[in-house]
Design a binder for this molecule. Structure first.
Ligand code: ADP
Ligand code: MG
Length: 693
């Protein structure tokens, strides 16, 4: 760790104009020290630079004028109401500034003050601005900060005022600017055609003009990306050079036997990914790979390769899935494939009986379980592994980074493969999964026909039921999905349960209707899923427990109720429950969507079946911060940069950061390195990069 005697990390509390009350409010804006103030960037800017003569301003427009205070007066009205008014004149006319119920304003101005007023001009009996922004000029050449220029506007909390914060930041800049050190190597500044940090800071807050603001922003955005990518580059480098993992052979009798028994020909994308995984696992550096592929593209079988390779050398492997139903499905399928090879597969989910669980946990501890498939239950403290060599996380976007790391720490540098059906655009991938290698399955297995998607309203419900009856006769199976909203869980369960009764009794009395939701007992869930898989249930009414991973190839129709309540990725995931076999499949969205965003989501569903396109639209609608929701604890918070708008700078910054680490691989060891201090100041969560192993 680098030590710093930097004055900028002193608390902002000791600045002039910051009292104990102010500092509490500033803290709410995450402003703690002087540095935080300097790097508290404006949310937007207002152009108040265009000064006009009073006889040239127009009523109804926002204008800025400069003149002298000619008269001022405070009038008391009925009750406790007051009006304070000043007349400001230049050599062309007079304009009034008016403040209601702010009697203290009379102490702000003096006769003959040189002032600037800014605001929307009204005309009553005279020209007037209500509650104008104002500034009193001390001498002719003093910098104005609140008016008469491009003015920064900051995000605020309740008891911090725009004027106060603006003045405080201005004073802090004036006083402490010299303490800000340039941390970016000259070379990089030159390559990117970037300005110095001081100039950038000055212009990001108080730009002289819009051109200067633009280049200041460019520098600040570049910095943010660069520092993040720098941390990622260090992580990746450490992984390569310093961590010794397991060298698997990835060949032998068991693998050969497994390959021979495959029920289908692999797609060429699948083959390529298997090559990637084999290459990683043969290497002493631990595998750290993200496998992304659209719903139904066949990720599971690819991961089984890794499982077999691991078990073949008597290491243990963990496969973690976000729901019990999915964990069970994997357990059945993988057991069936691997038991004949003499590989022992066990299941660990929280819904199991206590005794069963204890048995499995002791098997894991004694290395009597080769492959353990489960849910979050796998990361409990009580689960201790004898020889954990590989972890696979399915539907990774449903987990947080913390959970991944927790599982990882149960082994000694195990290989890691995470899989996700929410393909993310490259720019997001290099920000969030920047230290991982990425493989992608783009093509779906052959023989699938594209799913047809419809958006219907309540009026069409009856017609749709008729269509379902016909389709069920032709041996199709159907999902009907209800949303669950955390705040009204009980209510929503009722909706699903009620619909189930209604279907069974009134609408589809001749068919088999099933119900599944998260609150059901483990046994019941297991039972109904098995009956659905065996074709003994025609219509499965479900909550979002079936959202991810479930694979019942004969199911070919999915009806999504209240489709407007689902996110776009979620809708796409749900749609992925069908279209898994050769039958023509349908996804029907039932919704009276009113909001614009909801309409955009539903339209996107109709317009494309491509998960990558869906992800891009989702990112656009929700913005990068929301895209992952709260689960993705690993998503760094960006203050000024935006991975969508600033793609180019992101790529440039990444390139520079990675080539810097290549040139100076031991930069981490350097005492007082400026880049490292800067990175930790901005992204303190990267501290762990420097913790002793
Ligand atoms: P996902 O990528 O969504 O996890 P799965 O691994 O569940 O997809 O695979 C979806 C379905 O496609 C499964 O029924 C699986 O057996 C089947 N499948 C996978 N690969 C192929 C292939 N190459 N040819 C035919 N079917 C395949
Ligand atoms: Mg899957």
């Amino acid at each position: 760790m680098t030590k710093t005697t930097n004055i900028l990390i002193q608390s902002a509390q000791f600045l002039k104009g910051v009292g104990p009350k102010n500092i509490k409010s500033l803290n709410k804006l995450s402003i703690f020290n002087i540095r935080d103030l300097l790097f508290y960037f404006p949310r937007r800017y207002e152009d108040r630079s265009n000064l006009k003569k009073i006889n040239k301003i127009s009523v109804g427009s926002v204008e800025t004028v400069r003149g002298r205070v000619l008269t001022m007066g405070l009038r008391r009205l009925r009750g406790r109401k007051t009006i304070f008014q000043i007349a400001v004149g230049d050599d062309s006319g007079v304009l009034y500034g008016t403040w209601f119920n702010q009697p203290y304003m009379k102490n702000v101005f003096k006769m003959n003050d040189d002032v600037i007023l800014h605001g929307k001009v009204d005309r009553y009996s005279k020209l007037q601005i209500n509650s104008p922004e104002y500034e009193i000029l001390k001498s002719d050449d003093e910098d104005t900060i609140h008016t008469g220029r491009i003015v920064p506007v900051y995000s605020l909390v309740a008891d911090v005022y725009q004027r106060y914060l603006r003045s405080l930041i201005k004073r802090t800049l004036d006083t402490y600017m010299d303490e800000v050190m340039e941390f970016m190597p000259c070379e990089i500044l030159k390559n990117g055609d970037l300005i110095g940090i001081k100039q950038a800071l000055l212009n990001i807050h108080f730009p002289e003009d819009f051109k200067k603001l633009e280049i200041a922003r460019e520098r600040m955005i570049f910095d943010e990306f660069f520092l993040l990518q720098f941390a990622i580059a260090i992580k990746k480098h450490d992984m390569k050079e310093n961590i010794k993992g397991i060298k698997f052979k990835m060949r032998g009798a068991q693998i050969d036997k497994f390959e021979k028994k495959l029920p289908f020909e692999l797609t060429s994308d699948q083959k390529n990914v298997i090559k990637d995984i084999q290459g990683d696992m043969r290497c002493v550096k631990p595998m750290n790979r993200l496998l992304q592929g659209d719903v139904g593209s066949g990720k599971t079988i690819v991961s089984v390769w890794a499982l077999v390779g691991c078990a073949a050398e008597k290491y243990q492997a963990a496969l973690m899935a976000p729901t019990e139903i999915l964990a069970r499905q994997h357990y059945y399928n993988i057991t069936e494939m691997l038991n004949p090879l003499g590989i022992n597969v066990v299941l660990l989910v929280s819904g199991m009986k206590k005794k069963e669980k204890e048995e499995v946990i002791s098997k894991i501890a004694e290395n009597k379980a080769d492959i353990v498939i489960g849910t979050h239950a796998l990361i409990q403290d009580s689960v201790v592994w004898k020889k954990l060599g590989l972890i696979i996380i399915d539907e990774q976007h449903k987990f947080g980074v913390i959970q991944r790391v927790k599982l990882q720490k149960k082994g000694k540098a195990p290989d890691v493969l995470v899989m996700s059906a929410t393909p993310i655009p490259r720019t997001l991938a290099i920000t969030v999964y920047g230290d991982m290698d990425i493989s992608t399955i783009r093509q779906l297995p052959p023989g699938r026909t594209p799913i047809e998607t419809y958006w219907i309203s309540e009026k069409k419900r009856k017609d749709f039921y008729a269509f379902l009856k016909k389709k069920i006769k032709e041996k199709n199976q159907v999902y009907v999905v209800y949303p669950i909203v955390e705040t009204s869980k009980v209510l929503d369960l009722k909706a699903a349960a009620k619909m189930y009764e209604h279907f069974k009794q009134d609408v589809f009395p001749d068919n088999n209707v099933g119900l599944i939701h998260g609150r059901m007992k483990d046994e019941e869930k297991k039972d109904v899923m098995q009956r659905f898989l065996a074709g003994k249930v025609d219509i499965l009414v479900a909550t979002t427990v079936i959202e991810v991973g479930i694979d019942v190839p004969n199911a070919s129709i999915i009806l999504i109720e209240h489709a407007e309540r689902f996110g776009l990725s979620q809708l796409h995931q749900l749609r992925g429950r069908v279209g898994r076999g050769t039958k023509k499949s349908y996804c029907v969205l039932l919704s009276e969507a009113k909001s614009e965003d909801a309409a955009k989501r539903l339209s996107a569903m109709i317009n494309t079946n491509d998960g990558f396109k869906i992800a891009e639209v989702d990112l656009l609608i929700r913005g990068p911060g929301e895209f992952f929701g709260t689960r993705q604890h690993g998503m760094p918070e960006l203050k000024i940069a935006n991975i969508l708008d600033d793609r180019k700078l992101l790529l440039a910054a990444r390139k520079e950061a990675f080539s810097l680490i290549e040139q100076i691989p031991n930069i981490k060891e350097e005492k007082d390195n400026l880049i490292i201090s800067e990175m930790l100041a901005r992204f303190p969560q990267n501290q762990d990069l420097f913790s002793v192993r």
